[in-house]
Structure formats: structure tokens, C-alpha cells
Design a protein around this ligand. Structure first.
Ligand SMILES: *[C@@H]1O[C@H](CO)[C@@H](O)[C@H](O)[C@H]1NC(C)=O
Length: 175
């Protein structure tokens, strides 16, 4: 989603309407997963459009913890659903600077034990049902230097992960 005229990822500029105080965009999550430790910390996050107001709510963990929204007026489109949904990571670095790590800082080749991942990847369809993504409609998009960041998507992983992918990397110079 591109917030018209602002493009913020957090609450440092106007746009996002903060409703609850316990969670916010740009907050530091704790505790987090550790390299080499099998038990992973996960965040359950949902972005969904309110049927009545058309605003795009950001929720973590459950329906009850929608902590704010992107007003529909921020967007020139997205007034009635979205035609494309993107999942993954993104970094920004001014030119000449070292690019930061993404995900766990390890490449996807380290698999679920050490790499950053998204699991149970779902969409909310036009009937407002939350369903698995359809792998046939997924397009892999990697850009940049693959020693810095990479993506590994194999479709259905089974178990509770269902549709899942691995992503991220150490960043570095010449990314
Ligand atoms: C890709 O990034 C790596 C690690 O930062 C660097 O060593 C390599 O030169 C880069 N490759 C290109 C083509 O820029």
C-alpha cells in the first residue's frame, strides 16, 4: 500500500490513525527469536478493510487488537478491496551506505530454524472469509543483490505453517 503523499512505514508522519496505545507501527518487538533456538516468536498480523467505513485496519494477534488504521482517503485506489497483496520485506538505504539486515539477518537457505519467515499466509476474499493463498497466483519478486537478501517460496509447507516462505538476509555493501 502506498500512502498518498507520505509513504511512511511508521507513525513518524501523518496518515496512520493510532487508536490503541499498546501497539504502534515502528515499535520494537520483544521477546524475539534467536539464531539457533528452535522455538520461534511470531507475530500474527492482519490488514483488513472495514466493510462499512472502508478504512484499512492493522491488527495484531486477534480481532480485538486492531490498533489503528490507514484512512481510505490516503489512497487513490483501494476504496473497495485490493487487486494485489504483497508479503515480504523491504529495506531502504541512502546510496553509499551499508544496507541493514532483513528478517533474522540470515539468508533463506538457513531454513525455518534461522531464517526470517512468514507462515500461514492468507488473504481475506471478497466475501470477507480469511483463506489460504493460492500458490498459482503467487509471483516471486526478488530485487537487488541475492547475497544481501533472498526469498524462498516452495508453496504449501504443511502443518501449522501452511503456505509459508523464507526471506531476508544480512544486507551489506553493494546491495
Ligand atoms: C553483492 O553483495 C555482496 C555482499 O555485500 C558483495 O560482496 C558483492 O560484491 C555484491 N555483488 C554485486 C554484483 O554488487
Amino acid at each position: 500500500m502506498q500512502a498518498g503523499g507520505s509513504g511512511c512505514y511508521d507513525i513518524l508522519c501523518l496518515g496512520f490513525v493510532q487508536v490503541k496505545t499498546h501497539s504502534y507501527l515502528g515499535m520494537i518487538l520483544s521477546p524475539v527469536s534467536r539464531i539457533g533456538v528452535f522455538r520461534k516468536m511470531v507475530v500474527v498480523a492482519t490488514i483488513k478493510q472495514d466493510k462499512v467505513t472502508g478504512h484499512w485496519w492493522l491488527c495484531i494477534y486477534s480481532e480485538l487488537e486492531c490498533f489503528g488504521y490507514f484512512p481510505k482517503e490516503l489512497f487513490s485506489h483501494l476504496s473497495s478491496g485490493a487487486s494485489i497483496v504483497r508479503y515480504g520485506g523491504e529495506t531502504y538505504t541512502p546510496s553509499g551506505m551499508v544496507s541493514p539486515p532483513m528478517g533474522s539477518g540470515r539468508l533463506p537457505q538457513e531454513k525455518f530454524i534461522n531464517s526470517g519467515f512468514m507462515e500461514r499466509v492468507e488473504i481475506i476474499n471478497s466475501e470477507y472469509n480469511q483463506i489460504d493463498i493460492n500458490p498459482r497466483t503467487m509471483k516471486i519478486n526478488k530485487n537487488g543483490n541475492l547475497s544481501c537478501y533472498d526469498l524462498l517460496y516452495r508453496g504449501f509447507e504443511g502443518g501449522s505453517a501452511r503456505h509459508a516462505f523464507l526471506y531476508g538476509g544480512p544486507g551489506g555493501r553493494s546491495c
